[in-house]
Design a protein around this ligand. Structure first.
Ligand SMILES: *Cc1c(COP(=O)(O)O)cnc(C)c1O
Length: 376
């Protein structure tokens, strides 16, 4: 049996277990403690810009708490990039609000600024009400056109939530993705670039927002010796054990970004003469991508096979690949949500494939993947 190659495996740096052991030894097996504090500190330092980071149980929880703090409630509309993972959009519905999906532009695969403005104008015309927030995503770690997005958002005074779940370590003009919006969200799920086995974080612009996030994430307790509540709360805090893994992961984050970028470079180099295969590139060096996953587009007319042919060929050789995200406006669960589309995300979904990209991959494993694309 040949060993299976996975899309993106958790890759430990070595110190993670020390911090978990410390949590046990010091009896901090709880949803608070020194690992949580230290993990948050290192994330805040990493993000820069004076941001305050609160560690949570998931990236989805982080989006939810961002929307709550932006006042999203029943009857509101929230604009969301359609080309993304469903977790970007689900919290809109948790709040009883309606997602308004906006398609992508070809350069970054992220929300198209022109279409974004069209969508805002059309919502205003139809409902007389502005969308409450804009959720922009840095998909596959490629920074969205935040400057253009912010310009529109500012003109209509709509706050931007930056879904940087896939983009920890990515930068736009030297600034960290996740630190550019009113709120930024990070995910530490199993296959993300930093994992805590499961977890997330909300990146806040102000200390007050961070305080409010902490309050909401720990059941919204009023200051009293007994348990008293004046608000609905959530159980969204990260545990001190998980944060121990995160502390260890932060020590190797930059090294892992370098390796993922190297893997992307290897795929690009080796596939440059393969007809009908294009490796997704970030549009400009100012869009510094963490290369979380390397993606290819397959043109069947030139490649002589489809994306699905390649995926099945990989699978037969014990290599895990995955089609690109199916756009939200094509998901059965969001069939009734308004959408502003241009065909870009649908084309990407139909022709795109994510290749194994984990920082733990060896050059030999990458050659095994390339072999299937080039020779089969
Ligand atoms: C992973 C992911 C999330 C959600 O993060 P979880 O920690 O799994 O809840 C949100 N948005 C995008 C784009 C993601 O890839």
């Amino acid at each position: 049996m040949i060993p299976r190659i996975y899309l993106s495996l958790a890759h430990m740096g070595g110190r993670e277990q020390d911090f978990i052991k410390e949590a046990f030894d010091t009896h901090w097996v709880a949803p608070l403690g020194p690992n949580v504090d230290a993990f948050e500190r290192s994330l805040s330092e990493y993000m820069g810009e004076g941001r305050h980071v609160v560690a949570l149980s998931s990236g989805t929880a982080a989006i939810h708490l961002a929307l709550i703090q932006l006042g999203v409630q029943s009857g509101d509309e929230v604009i969301c990039q359609s080309f993304t993972f469903s977790a970007s959009a689900n919290p809109i519905v948790y709040q009883g609000a309606t997602p308004i999906f906006v398609d992508s532009e070809p350069d970054t695969w992220n929300v198209d600024p022109t279409l974004l403005e069209e969508a805002i104008r059309d919502r205003l015309r139809r409902t007389g009400k502005k969308p409450k927030a804009i959720i922009a995503v840095h998909l596959y770690g490629i920074p969205a056109k935040m400057k253009e997005i912010a310009k529109i958002a500012d003109a209509y005074e709509i706050p931007v939530v930056e879904d940087a779940a896939e983009a920890l370590g990515s930068e736009l003009n030297g600034r960290k993705c996740g630190a550019l919006g009113e709120f930024g969200i990070l995910s530490f799920n199993g296959n993300k670039i930093v994992t805590t086995s499961g977890g997330g974080a909300l990146v806040c612009r102000t200390a007050e927002q961070a305080k409010r996030t902490l309050f909401l994430a720990t059941q919204a307790r009023d200051p009293a010796p007994h348990y008293q509540h004046s608000h609905i709360g959530y159980n969204y805090r990260m545990s001190n054990v998980c944060a121990g893994i995160g502390r260890g992961q932060m020590m190797v984050l930059d090294k892992h970004v370098v390796r993922r970028r190297e893997i992307h470079r290897l795929y690009t180099e080796w596939l440059k003469d393969t007809p009908g295969i294009t490796v997704m590139q970030s549009p400009h060096p100012n869009h510094y991508a963490n290369c979380w996953l390397t993606c290819i587009l397959v043109n069947p007319a030139l490649a002589g096979r489809s994306r699905e042919d390649i995926r099945l060929n990989m699978e037969a050789r014990q290599i895990e690949t995955r089609p690109l995200w199916k756009p939200m406006h094509r998901q059965p669960v969001f069939a009734d949500a308004p959408a502003y589309t241009n065909g870009v995300s649908e084309h990407l979904f139909e022709t795109g494939l994510c290749l194994p990209s984990g920082s733990g991959l060896t050059d030999e494993e990458i050659q095994r993947v390339l072999e299937v694309i080039i020779n089969n």
